[in-house]
Design a protein around this ligand. Structure first.
Ligand SMILES: [Cu+2]
Length: 178
């Protein structure tokens, strides 16, 4: 009996020793899976991050190219801060776009030349209301010129392409006495 009780004690001792080891193995095995998934997740997130950085890095490049254009656009209001041509000017360049003239208030001397610079995407023109025979027409990206042979006074200029005047392509022309 004493022998069997010793064996029992030994067995229990082995059990008590091996029992704690099993949880240790399990607890050490679980973290391995955890770290594996963590590593995979980290790699996935890192890939997303790199992709995002590439997208963001790629973004500013198109943004920087429009910036000069924006600067040009910003400088146009400066040029057009006069919004009107120089008094008595003998020639002026008017930018036509969808759908506006810039400048849209012209003050010119008789016989002055107007150049319509079509920076739009479709054809634009300029007519003087009540003045037959005056027509400057420019295809997209091109320019055309015309001479105003009218009496001093105030006139309305407009683009006669259907819908354009209503959309905003009109302005005033003041022809000085010289
Ligand atoms: Cu037009």
């Amino acid at each position: 009996m004493p022998v069997s009780s010793r064996q029992r004690d030994d067995w229990l001792a082995v059990m008590s020793i091996s029992a704690p080891e099993r949880p240790d193995q399990e607890s050490s095995a679980f973290p391995r899976h955890y770290w594996l998934f963590f590593g995979l997740g980290l790699g996935f997130v890192a890939t997303l991050f790199v992709g995002l950085v590439v997208l963001i890095a790629g973004g500013p490049e198109p943004d920087t190219s429009p910036d000069p254009a924006a600067g040009t656009a910003a400088s146009q209001p400066e040029d057009g801060s006069g919004q009107t041509a120089v008094l008595g000017s003998s020639e002026v360049s008017v930018i036509g776009t969808e759908f506006a003239f810039d400048p849209d208030e012209l003050i010119l001397a008789p016989g002055a030349t107007i150049t319509l610079d079509n920076q739009g995407l479709v054809i634009h023109n300029m007519e003087i209301e009540g003045v037959a025979g005056f027509l400057i027409e420019a295809q997209a990206g091109q320019s055309a010129s015309g001479t105003i042979d009218v009496d001093p006074g105030e006139y309305v200029i407009f683009c006669s392409i259907p819908g354009h005047r209503e959309a905003g392509m009109e302005g005033t022309l003041t022809v000085t006495t010289g």
